[in-house]
Design a binder for this molecule. Sequence first.
Ligand SMILES: [Zn+2]
Length: 119
Amino acid sequence: MADTTAVPPNSLFESLTTSWEAALNEKRQREVIVGGIAAYCYFHEINQRGLETASLIYVRQAIEELLQAIRPRQQTGQAPHSCSFCGGTEPQVRLAAGANGFICDSCVRTLGEVFKQEL
Ligand SMILES: [Zn+2]
């Protein structure tokens, strides 16, 4: 029984991409991810492999944009090298790198005093 009210897949996809493009432009990537996955499932059900893949491409695009928005924050939020003993950072202290951490000039002096006393 043919459903004559069904929107032809290509026109449906066209109208979806129009709204996805708008959503991507307005940084509403989540809408594209949700809508894109729903469309992917729908086009898979009705055996439209090309549209199924094209929907996933929009989902990927939205995910990549979200990741790009997150990455710079992680980079700037990354802690600068710091002394493994006192937490001091440059330029307040001078750091020397070890195999698994750093030590500052102040801690080197302090530890030097401590070890001298013990000897
Ligand atoms: Zn230190």
